[in-house]
Ligand binder design. Structure first.
Ligand code: COA
Length: 216
């Protein structure tokens, strides 16, 4: 598939619902039967860790086809000193426009904005297949772990200041509690969208394996 050029800019409040519809279309039945990511997009905008000017959309011929939403997260060193990092997600591209470079373009723009703001790293939880191309590495290679000291396969770090990870320090990563959802509220929110069948997909099995895999 050929790469497609998308216009990338900050989301407008009038587009919030379109982002939620896009997010539902992109995630539906992908990782679990149904999905909660559209509720996440909706609810995280109220959270103090949400960064409004780092919610971006991608448009092709005026159609909103991609979205990336960012929150503030933290790396904490053994002395308890905390440094702010950037985390993105949900990130999605409409199924009709995937594998044409739009996801990469959204990550690239987010990366430059993060560099402008002097973040030392972008740290995410996601499927490595989607992110190694953009320079993300597994946390174990940068001496970063989850709060329990483990190294999940999907805990990925994009270093933005190479010197930051050179010191022999072990960091623990804490993501925003904006990602902790109430499933009942998510179901209630989903009821406001057109009915859609929840179903099994083999991609859910891959996701389950990825979530349980660690590099320790
Ligand atoms: C993941 C997603 C945002 C990527 O956006 P995209 O526009 O399709 O990605 P790009 O075209 O920029 O491709 C980026 C690279 O990611 C990897 N990639 C993307 N989709 C992939 C897939 N289904 N399987 C394996 N690798 C994949 C490839 O390395 C790809 O580069 P390539 O096409 O040159 O091989 C998009 O596919 C999507 O919305 N998926 C559903 C929602 C989702 O999973 N979001 C991420 C949560 S972890």
């Amino acid at each position: 598939m050929t790469t497609i050029q998308a216009d990338i800019r900050q989301v407008r409040p009038s587009e919030y619902r379109a982002v939620e519809e896009l997010t539902r279309d992109a995630f539906w039945n992908l990782y679990v039967p149904g999905c909660d990511e559209h509720y996440l997009a909706h609810t995280m905008r109220e959270h103090p860790d949400y960064i409004p000017d780092l919610e971006l959309v991608a448009l092709v011929d005026g159609r909103l086809v991609g979205s990336i939403i960012c929150t503030s997260s933290r790396l904490v060193d053994p002395a308890g000193i905390s440094v702010d990092t950037l985390t993105f997600g949900p990130l999605c591209v409409h199924p009709d426009y995937q594998r044409r470079g739009i996801g990469t373009a959204l990550i690239t723009r987010t990366r430059s904005l993060a560099e402008e703001r002097a973040y030392p790293a972008i740290v995410i939880l996601g499927d490595p297949h989607n992110y190694c191309k953009s320079g993300f590495r597994n946390c174990v290679d940068l001496n970063v772990s989850d709060p329990q000291g483990r190294h999940p396969l999907g805990l990925l770090v994009l270093p933005l200041r190479p010197d930051f990870f050179k010191a022999p320090k072990a960091y623990r990563f804490f993501y925003s509690d904006a990602y902790n959802l109430d499933p009942a509220k998510a179901a209630e929110f989903d009821a406001g969208f057109p009915p859609r069948e929840k179903a099994y997909s083999h991609t859910q099995e891959l996701f389950s394996m990825t979530c349980r895999a660690h590099l320790d």
